[in-house]
Design a protein. Structure first.
Length: 301
């Protein structure tokens, strides 16, 4: 499981192969399939999945997640259909499908999945709210900001739940610092935003493009694509670390939501510019950003 969380799918599969058969229970099988999923090892995952004689609900769910991450939606949906012939539907399977469709910016499939989720799981308010956020983010990624805003507000109001606010934590000189997006509460905020501006300029000089498809809303007055995307909480805490004296060579961040595609790309650039290691533990996994500008997840997140 540790190998899987850290993007080391091949090592997880090797360790699984070394295990005696009597130790290969559903827990180790879930862990190795999840590790393959997080490393994009589709062939290995399929092989292991086919070898498992007793395919529990959790094992099938993990395989659905693996297929969805690699945009193998037809195969994932077939697994779900076969499972539901004799079992009660499982919302986590549908969330995995929806998450993959969001990464693929497939609005048609996402709409179908969300509608089916509402029909099958009308009382799963928290999961449905997460589904609303994913679907509205797809609309935004396609430039449909007003449609995204209307859909999100209407559905969240209908569900009667609150959307989780994105937060990031880090440790600065022995104290835990907690920031949200566009946060100015820290005493060193002015310096950290100035640091982000310098990193932004260097990134642009090196050919980095700020991708507006990761915007989840339309721009307000005096905002730019760069200012909105660079205001995400994980980037703020990274910048806060980097303005300390002496500048750290190792930074740790914890985030309660999944890292967005823009922040993932920009953090790779920051690690390379600053020649430091940055570890971000998001809601799904652990990302190791190295000084060579690569991430341990190999962009499978």
């Amino acid at each position: 499981n540790a190998f899987g969380l850290n993007g080391m799918g091949s090592q997880a599969a090797e360790l699984y192969r070394e295990m005696p058969n009597n130790l290969r229970d559903h827990v180790s099988q879930i862990c190795v399939l999840n590790a393959c999923s997080h490393a994009g090892l589709l062939h290995e995952a399929r092989t292991i999945f086919n070898e498992i004689s007793l395919k529990t609900e959790s094992i099938i769910t993990t395989m659905v997640d693996c297929l969805s991450r690699l945009f193998m939606f037809d195969e994932a949906q077939k697994l779900i259909e076969d499972y539901e012939k004799t079992n009660t539907p499982n919302i986590v399977m549908y969330m995995s499908l929806l998450s993959g469709a969001r990464n693929n910016r497939n609005s048609n499939l996402s709409e179908k999945i969300y509608k089916r989720m509402k029909t099958l799981f009308p009382n799963a308010k928290e999961s449905l709210a997460a589904g609303v956020v994913l679907l509205s983010n797809i609309y935004s990624s396609l430039g449909k900001h007003e449609e995204a805003k209307t859909f999100r507000s209407n559905q969240i109001e209908e569900l009667g739940v609150k959307v989780k606010v994105g937060l990031s934590w880090t440790e600065i000189k022995g104290h835990i610092v907690l920031l949200k997006a566009h946060d100015h509460s820290h005493p060193q905020s002015t310096e950290s935003y100035a640091k982000i501006d310098r990193l932004k300029s260097k990134a642009i000089e090196n050919g980095f493009i700020f991708d507006s498809s990761w915007m989840t809303r339309s721009l307000n007055e005096n905002e730019t694509i760069e200012s909105v995307l660079c205001g995400h909480s994980e980037l703020l805490v990274i910048a806060l670390n980097l303005i300390q004296e002496p500048a750290p060579k190792f930074i740790q961040v914890v985030k309660n939501l999944r890292v967005c595609g823009h922040c993932h790309e920009f953090t790779k650039v920051i690690a390379k510019i600053e020649q430091c290691d940055i570890v971000v533990r998001d809601a799904n996994r652990i990302h190791h950003f190295y000084p060579n500008g690569q991430c341990s997840c190999q962009d499978h997140f």
